[in-house]
Ligand binder design. Structure first.
Ligand code: HEM
Length: 76
């Protein structure tokens, strides 16, 4: 539901595969709410332009979930 408050642990972290986390671990930890919030704008831009993940873009609805979480304050 679009008015449900989103949290990182419940709604966002499960979107990142262990392969995503491993691929990006030198830059940031995709399973860390603090890391993802700190890089939120860069992550959102890459998700939106389809350049990340490297092996295929997310569906628009999933990108929208991420940006909604970020825009609502990136709750852990
Ligand atoms: C949802 C999952 C992913 C997200 C949100 C993501 C996000 C990002 C972001 C924000 C950057 C820019 C980092 C910077 O400039 O500091 C980046 C770079 C990069 N990512 Fe990912 N990534 C994901 C998955 C992957 C996967 C699966 C691979 C490949 C195995 C990958 C490979 C790379 C590489 C090689 C770079 C550096 C080159 C470039 O900037 O294009 N990433 N990623």
């Amino acid at each position: 539901m679009s008015d449900t408050p989103l949290t990182f642990e419940r709604d966002i972290k499960p979107l990142f595969r262990d392969t995503d986390r491993a691929a990006m671990s030198k830059a940031f930890d995709l399973w860390s709410a603090a890391d993802v919030a700190a890089r939120g704008d860069a992550i959102a831009a890459r998700l939106r332009d389809g350049s990340m993940p490297c092996d295929g873009p997310w569906p628009a609805e999933r990108v929208a979930t991420f940006t909604r979480w970020l825009d609502a304050g990136a709750s852990p």
